[in-house]
Design a binder for this molecule. Sequence first.
Ligand code: ATP
Ligand code: MG
Length: 602
Amino acid sequence: MSSRNKRPKGAAAAAVGKIKGLVLFLVFVSAVISILALTGSFYMLQIYDRALVSGSVPTLVVISALAIGLYLFQGMFDIIRSQVLVRVGARLDRRLAPLAHRVAIDMPRLGYSTSEALERGRDVDTIRGFFGSQGPAAIFDLPWVPLFLGFVYLLHPTLGALTLGGAIVLTLIAVLTELRTRKWSQATIGATVERNAIADSNARNAEVLKAMGFASRAVDRFNTANERHLELQTQTSDISGTFGAISRVLRMLLQSAVLGLAAYLTIQGELSAGAIIAATIASSRAMAPIDLAIGNWKQIVAARGAWARVTDTMEVLDRQPVPMKLPAPVRSLKIEGVTVAAPASGRVLLSDVTFEAVAGQAIGIIGPSGGGKSTLARAITGIWPVLRGSVRLDEAELSQWSDADRGMHVGYLPQEVALLDATVEENIARLDPTPNPNTIVEASRAAAVHEMIVRLPDGYRTHLGPMGASISGGQRQRLGLARALYGNPFVVVLDEPNANLDPEGEAALSAAIEGIKRRGGIAIVIAHRPSVLQCCDLIGVVQRGKLTAFGPREQIMNPRPVPNATVASAAAPIGAQPARRAKTSKRVNQASSSAIPGGPVS
Ligand SMILES: Nc1ncnc2c1ncn2[C@@H]1O[C@H](COP(=O)(O)OP(=O)(O)OP(=O)(O)O)[C@@H](O)[C@H]1O
Ligand SMILES: [Mg+2]
């Protein structure tokens, strides 16, 4: 994800496009500030070469009043520039932050660590912070350096040459700083992400760390990462600090050199007394933006890196076209030759899975741990893109639905239920700002969780805390079920919905599945425990990344004994034939259910 020197595209470009006018305004304001910054020099020239020579007090007063006026103008433009810059930062933030957060939400799903994902949010902070710093002022002032050089040159060519030489040396120092710190700053960002990832994972495992007393080892692990982070940061700061100090000293040296040279030229009769001060002021003003740029180099580099990352990731988002709105699916869910690879590693986890479900059916998916059941659920819900094949709702491929629309038609209860740090109501209604209370209660009733909710301290308005930590595992699962059922989606995918349920909860779950079937929906139920499979019409067996059997429940769960079958063949893995030809209700699997590895189905 690095495309330095690329022009921002798509969303980021749109964000920049909107501030182009402001940037032009800033260029104009900076020009005025730079020109007004010559006031001091001109004032000195006028004092020494006019007021003092003529000995006229009124001239002195007029010149001084004029200078005060110009200084006030410069101050005013400076205030305007800093306020506009802060607002440009805020405006960019307002546009980029939601997009960056969108990216941050998507990244963990695609195999990136949460802390790397959250880094995008921090990148936006860095960009906004940059506009509030001295960095942009330095950049906007840099093009006006020649103006001051020219002014000094006009006073005396030798002074001009000296100042130009100083500017070149300072610029070389800036380039050197950049070259020396570039590698280190990138490594520092990597180390920050790594350190934050460890901190994040430790915090997530707080209970386990406490229970088994290995918190101190976790701290050690964090410490090692922190040490590396500190080391790199020290290196970067050392380099920029050293070059910063060198450039500051050089600038002071140059200022004195200009003064000395000007004095020499005056002694030689080549320069007026006023020109000594004027040249000193103008040459130091010429150096100021370069010095400022070197001093703020770290922020400039950080902002540039943040910008490159944010625009890069946004480009990925931009590639997704917004599809036309389709009518709600009502007939079928078709899985055709679906192959899924892990987004981060590209390893194929599920290959060539084909089956079909029609409205009113419940499909059970069984199979051993690590077989690929949850991967199948991720493909059906669009969490992971399919590498080959298609998932179709009423013949329309999943990609033809926008995320928001698909969410209305597909409910999902993940294997590990995590709830949002929000109220019960907001969790069930999927953060709908204007939910229909009846729909929420209907979903809760369907998940048999309504009574439990109303017994909570604040009922539906109870705050669940981070990750929904304030309720039990079983309660969380039932709330997750209510969220999946909210709004009666056409397809409801339940990944191990009964893992934490008591008999009452299991009965409620079975009733919920029956309810989905009755209203003409499709339930996909992944389960290890057999009770919930009773309401499934069809069963698929997923093992080693393949759909190895698919057919009516009776035939898969209680296969007829095969005449003359040897023990070995009866115990062969279910469905040795390729799953591609497996069609709804057509295949009768003949292997023994005891051969379903990891599946205690009976
Ligand atoms: N995010 C991921 N990135 C890469 N590989 C993954 C990821 N999640 C799962 N896998 C791998 O995919 C394979 C299938 O995993 P999956 O979660 O689909 O199994 P499962 O059948 O749901 O198992 P279980 O019954 O234990 O839930 C496993 O080998 C697992 O290591
Ligand atoms: Mg699973």
